[in-house]
Write a protein that binds this ligand. Structure first.
Ligand SMILES: [Zn+2]
Length: 236
C-alpha cells in the first residue's frame, strides 16, 4: 500500500486512531463469538426463551465487564510506568541538565542528523520544553496525551456489548424454529465483516483473516451446540 508522502507526518496520530478502531473491532468480535457460543449452547439444551435471554444477557454483562476491567488494569499499569519514567526524566533534567542535553543530542544524531544540527535541535527543544522533548524522543510518549484507563475501559465495554447484542437478539427474537438458523447466519455474516475490517485496519490480507475468523466462530458455536444437545438429551 503506497501513501502520499505528505501524509506521513501524521502517521503517529493516524496510527493511534487506527489502533483504537482495530481494538474496537476486535472487542466487538469477542462479544459476537463468546455470546453466540453461549446462546447457541443453551439453545441446544432448551427452547425456553427466558433461559436463552438470561444466559445471553449474563454473558453480555460478564464479558463486557471482564473486558473493561482487564483493559482498565492493563492501561493503568502502563500509565503508572509512563508516569514513573517521566518522574525520573524530570529529576534527571533538574540534576544533570548538561548530560541530558548531550543525551538528547546523541539520540537525534543516531536518527540521522549531523552532530551540529542535532546539537542545535536539542538546544532548541530543551529551551522550549525539555521534559516533553525527552518524553517524545527518549521514551516515545506524549506527556499531554497519556492513555486514560477509564476511556480504554469504556471503549472495550461498549465494543463487546455491541458485538454481544447481535447473537443475543438473533436468538431471542425469532420464533423457536428460526432461532438457530437466524443466529448462525447473522453471526457468520458479522464475523466476515469484523474479520475483514480488522485485517484492513492492520494492513493484513483480508481473505485469510475472514476465513480464520468465520471458522473460529463456527467452531465455537458447533462445540457449544453439541455440548448443549448432549446435556439437554441427558436431561441435566
Ligand atoms: Zn533524558
Amino acid at each position: 500500500m503506497t501513501e502520499p508522502t505528505h501524509d506521513e507526518a501524521h502517521a503517529g496520530a493516524l496510527g493511534t486512531r487506527l489502533n483504537w478502531l482495530r481494538a474496537a473491532v476486535l472487542g466487538a468480535n469477542d462479544g459476537i463469538v463468546s455470546t453466540a457460543g453461549l446462546v447457541v449452547g443453551v439453545a441446544g439444551a432448551t427452547e425456553n426463551r427466558a433461559a436463552l435471554l438470561t444466559a445471553g444477557l449474563a454473558g453480555l454483562l460478564a464479558g463486557s465487564m471482564s473486558m473493561a476491567a482487564g483493559e482498565y488494569v492493563s492501561v493503568s499499569t502502563q500509565r503508572d510506568s509512563e508516569m514513573a519514567a517521566l518522574a525520573v526524566e524530570k529529576r534527571e533534567l533538574r540534576e544533570q541538565p548538561e548530560a541530558e542535553l548531550e543525551e538528547l543530542t546523541e539520540m537525534l544524531r543516531v536518527r540521522g542528523l549531523s552532530r551540529e544540527v542535532a546539537r542545535e535541535a536539542a538546544e532548541q527543544l530543551t529551551a522550549r520544553d525539555a521534559l516533553r522533548a525527552h518524553a517524545r524522543v527518549e521514551l516515545g510518549i506524549d506527556p499531554d496525551d497519556l492513555t486514560n484507563p477509564w476511556h480504554a475501559a469504556w471503549a472495550s465495554f461498549l465494543a463487546f456489548t455491541v458485538g454481544a447484542l447481535l447473537p443475543l437478539l438473533a436468538i431471542v427474537l425469532p420464533p423457536a424454529a428460526w432461532r438457530l438458523p437466524v443466529t448462525v447466519v447473522s453471526v457468520l455474516a458479522a464475523l466476515v465483516l469484523t474479520g475483514w475490517s480488522s485485517a484492513r485496519l492492520g494492513a493484513a490480507d483480508p481473505r485469510r483473516a475472514v476465513l480464520r475468523n468465520v471458522l473460529g466462530g463456527a467452531l465455537a458455536m458447533l462445540v457449544t451446540y453439541v455440548t448443549g444437545r448432549l446435556l439437554g438429551a441427558a436431561g441435566v
